[in-house]
Design a protein. Structure first.
Length: 179
C-alpha cells in the first residue's frame, strides 16, 4: 500500500492479490476548501478574517467559500462575528482541531468500492478489506491537527503574503524555494 499526493486529492492505491487496483480515495473540493480556510485562520490566529481575504489568498471562489464557512461555523470549528468590523476566526486553538474530525465532518466517508451491488459482495472478503483500508486512511488524519499544517510558518507567510500582494512573480519565486 502506498500514497501518492496530487494537487486536489490524495490517491490511495492498493496492491491486492497480485494485481493493482486503481481504486482512488479522493478528498472533495469542499474538504480542500475547508482545510484551506482552517490553514488561513490558523496562519492569521488572533485576527478576524473575511471570506474575501481567504478567497483572494487562495484564488478560489468567494461564493464556494461562503458555503464552507457557514458549515464550519455551524459545526463549531470557527466563530463568525457579524457586522462592521466582523469576520471569522478559529473557535479553538489550532492544536485542538483534529484533522480526522474535520475530514469526517466534510466528507461522506465510504469504502473504496461500493460492494453492495456486487453479486458476490456478501460472500467475498473484499468489503472487509476495503473497510479496513478506509479506516486506515482516516486514521492518518486522526494523528494530526490544524497546528501540524502550520509548522512552516515562514514559508506560509512568504507564500500568502506574495499572493495577497498580487505579486505572482514573487509567489512563483517563493514557491520554487519551498520545493
Amino acid at each position: 500500500m502506498y500514497y501518492v499526493e496530487t494537487k486536489h486529492a490524495i490517491q490511495m492505491h492498493l496492491s491486492m492479490l497480485g494485481f493493482l487496483t486503481q481504486a482512488t480515495m479522493r478528498l472533495t473540493r469542499y474538504t480542500d476548501y475547508a482545510i484551506r480556510v482552517m490553514i488561513y485562520l490558523g496562519y492569521r490566529e488572533g485576527h478576524l478574517c473575511s471570506i474575501r481575504e481567504i478567497a483572494d489568498a487562495f484564488s478560489i471562489s468567494q461564493n464556494h467559500l461562503m458555503k464552507v464557512v457557514q458549515d464550519l461555523a455551524a459545526a463549531g470549528f470557527i466563530d463568525t462575528i457579524r457586522g462592521r468590523g466582523g469576520g471569522i476566526r478559529m473557535a479553538t486553538p489550532a492544536v485542538e482541531i483534529n484533522l480526522g474530525q474535520l475530514l469526517r465532518h466534510t466528507e461522506d466517508i465510504t469504502d473504496l468500492l461500493p460492494c453492495s451491488d456486487c453479486i458476490v459482495g456478501r460472500g467475498c472478503g473484499m468489503p472487509k478489506i476495503l473497510s479496513e483500508a478506509t479506516a486506515a486512511f482516516v486514521a492518518v488524519f486522526d494523528r494530526y491537527t490544524v497546528a501540524d499544517l502550520l509548522r512552516q510558518k515562514e514559508i506560509l507567510h512568504a507564500l500568502l503574503s506574495a499572493r495577497l500582494s498580487g505579486s505572482d512573480a514573487s509567489f512563483a519565486s517563493v514557491n520554487a524555494k519551498a520545493l
